[in-house]
Write a protein that binds this ligand. Structure first.
Ligand code: NAD
Length: 368
């Protein structure tokens, strides 16, 4: 079976995710075959993408396309960046039928998609994800968002792209650290929804991280498929989609506690968050020890240095809890956690008192 295309069906129509090597060489053809006939394009691209790819894109798109370079960081994922994009669109008289293309990781994707969603109440948007994390996760599902000093992704919208083009060749220039981050989201998808896929990952982790063609393509495909199935059932995160936040309540608090420092990027925070969520599930006797250890060992294979005590100490506990309290999913001062029942089955309907989380976090640090 060719694992190269997935159709995501949403309330506002369907869009394809194309997965393959060298797809951008055929960008013109792809845009034509999916009827993206815009007269103007704004391309926002990550400054760390090798120039040769941008040259290829320039050859494959109309001459008057505007190219804007973006420096990705959680600090730039803000209102100021959205305003800059909106100003370019306004200045150049873009209309709804024109198109914004994001070429980069999850940060550019989230910022560009959010700007697209509010420009004249919605302009066409194409996502060309260039990090593993963006290819397996952030480019799918239509969540857009920016950060504020109060926390991560607190301003945003649901806005589905018209097309996602995941060209695996982009990953060749991606630092190993970023590959590991993307792998964390692949792992998350397997843990919450598909034990068979988790077993495949356990067997092939090193081949995947080394980007061996068939292994990386299968991993991206399966990961997108899991997310597609969940998003289609619950586009607006009223229920089932909350499962995709597995590990993220912890992760967002870790990132915010460090002020979105590059010391701990989003994907690494997610991996730490996954382990915390598994540990919490185990301590609450929801997950058995054997499966908890399987996941823990998997993460150790991935990276020996990803440990909470490398980034935080006891004096950070209150800050971590404070940020967990601002999570969007919380209700009535209780913290909502997605927990794991077994590999392949997660549950999002868990609410805990702040004192419970405090006790757990304090214990995590006393064990280290
Ligand atoms: N919208 C969603 O559903 C969703 C889901 C998950 C994560 N996110 C968001 O995604 C963001 C993280 O995304 P990310 O991990 O892709 O981070 P990122 O966009 O910062 O990219 C990571 C790093 O890789 C560099 N880079 C990008 N492509 C490259 C390439 N091909 N070669 C070399 N370097 C390259 C970037 O410059 C950056 O330094 C977070 O802000 C997170 O909140 C959103």
């Amino acid at each position: 079976m060719k694992k190269n295309k997935i159709l995501v069906n949403t309330n506002n129509g369907s869009y394809p995710i194309l997965i393959g090597m060298g797809l951008i060489n055929n960008l013109k053809k792809i845009l034509n075959s999916y009827s993206i006939k815009s007269s103007k394009y704004l391309i926002i691209f990550d400054k760390n993408i090798p120039k040769k790819y941008i040259k290829t894109i320039k050859k494959n798109i109309q001459k008057k396309t505007i190219f804007v370079k973006f420096s990705s960081s959680e600090k730039n994922k803000n209102q100021k960046s959205v305003n800059s994009i909106l100003n370019i669109l306004l200045k150049n008289n873009f209309n709804r039928n024109d198109c914004v293309i994001s070429i980069g990781g999850g940060i550019i994707g989230d910022v560009s998609a959010f700007a697209s969603s509010i420009f004249k109440r919605g302009i066409k948007f194409i996502n060309i994800p260039t990090t593993l994390l963006a290819q397996v996760d952030s480019s799918i599902g239509g969540k857009t968002g920016i950060n504020t000093k109060f926390g991560k992704n607190l301003i945003g919208s649901f806005y589905q792209p018209n097309l996602v083009i995941s060209d695996i060749n982009f990953l060749n220039s991606l630092p190993r650290r970023e590959i590991i981050c993307g792998y964390g989201e692949i792992l998350k998808h397997s843990i919450i929804a598909n034990k068979k896929f988790f077993t495949f990952l356990s067997k092939n982790i090193f081949k995947i991280i080394k980007l061996k063609k068939n292994y990386i393509q299968k991993s991206i495909y399966e990961s997108c498929l899991i997310k597609k199935k969940i998003v289609e059932k619950d586009e607006r995160e009223k229920n089932l989609r909350k499962l995709l936040n597995f590990g993220h309540t912890f992760a967002h608090a870790y990132e915010a506690t460090l002020g979105y420092s590059k010391k701990l990027n989003h994907g690494e925070a997610v991996i730490l968050g996954i382990i915390s969520a598994c540990e919490f599930s185990y301590k609450k006797k929801i997950l058995n020890k054997k499966e908890y250890k399987l996941i823990q060992n998997h993460v150790v294979k991935l990276s020996k240095s990803l440990k909470l005590n490398k980034f935080f100490n006891k004096k950070d506990i209150n800050k971590i809890i404070k940020f967990m309290m601002t999570d969007k999913k919380n209700i009535n001062e209780k913290i909502n956690l997605v927990l794991l029942k077994k590999i392949g089955k997660a549950d999002h309907k868990n609410f805990y008192k702040i004192t419970d989380i405090q006790k757990f976090t304090k214990n995590q640090f006393s064990n280290t």
